[in-house]
Design a binder for this molecule. Structure first.
Ligand SMILES: CC(C)(COP(=O)(O)OP(=O)(O)OC[C@H]1O[C@@H](n2cnc3c(N)ncnc32)[C@H](O)[C@@H]1OP(=O)(O)O)[C@@H](O)C(=O)NCCC(=O)NCCS
Length: 174
């Protein structure tokens, strides 16, 4: 799917493929490629129906990055969660970053930065109060990325991951 709303990232000759990388909305046909990137780059994997439900419910903020062969080389997906507010009985919406990954060959080209900045604007449309995410305490690259966007570490979630690693719970107010 190519539209005039696609975003092109020029890899500035860092890759042998100098054609621009395109960031666009994910489609149903892309899910297989998204799952492949996830399985290569992250220990957390999800069943197909989980990706499909995120795509069905939050399609605008589910983005993919593609190379010139139209292969999926990165993705980001979000969902909205209703949480009780501390000060009132009202429920508030959190935009929760479910997953982001970029294939190793394509890292440090600004792809995650583009995925994150574009998708944050889209998930904001659900009238969210804040953006939230968990990241492994050992994940220096990702933690740096979120800090670049001014996310603050709110707390540590002990043994958040299946292998027992702790997570930083990071928040950015909208
Ligand atoms: C985290 C990840 C998505 C970053 O993707 P990327 O496309 O390489 O990121 P960008 O090129 O947009 O870099 C953005 C910022 O991330 C940080 N960053 C990225 N790679 C880094 C590295 N190797 N060392 C330190 N900081 C790094 C920097 O702050 C960088 O900003 P800068 O270039 O101004 O210094 C990528 O490393 C990845 O897919 N990791 C595996 C999956 C993962 O950990 N996902 C997050 C789960 S919470």
């Amino acid at each position: 799917m190519g539209t005039d709303k696609d975003t092109q990232i020029n890899s500035s000759g860092k890759l042998s493929d100098t054609k621009p990388i395109v960031v666009r909305r994910c489609t149903l046909e892309d899910l297989e490629g998204v799952i492949e990137v996830n399985e290569q780059e992250l220990p957390e994997d999800y069943p197909y129906f989980f990706y499909k439900s995120i795509l069905d419910n939050y399609p605008e903020s589910f983005l993919v990055a593609c190379n010139s062969n139209k292969e999926i080389i990165g993705y980001i997906m979000w969902r909205v969660e209703r949480t009780p507010s501390i000060n009132s009985l009202k429920l508030k919406n959190n935009g929760h970053l479910v997953s982001i990954a970029v294939l190793k060959t394509y890292r440090q080209l600004g792809i995650a930065t583009t995925l994150l900045s574009h998708s944050m604007k889209k998930i904001k449309k659900y009238k969210i109060d804040k953006y939230v995410l968990e990241v492994r305490v050992s994940n220096f690259e990702a933690t740096n990325l979120y800090k670049k966007f001014n996310y603050q570490t709110h707390s540590i979630k002990e043994k958040y991951y299946r292998d027992g690693e702790n997570a930083y719970y990071m928040i950015l107010k909208t």
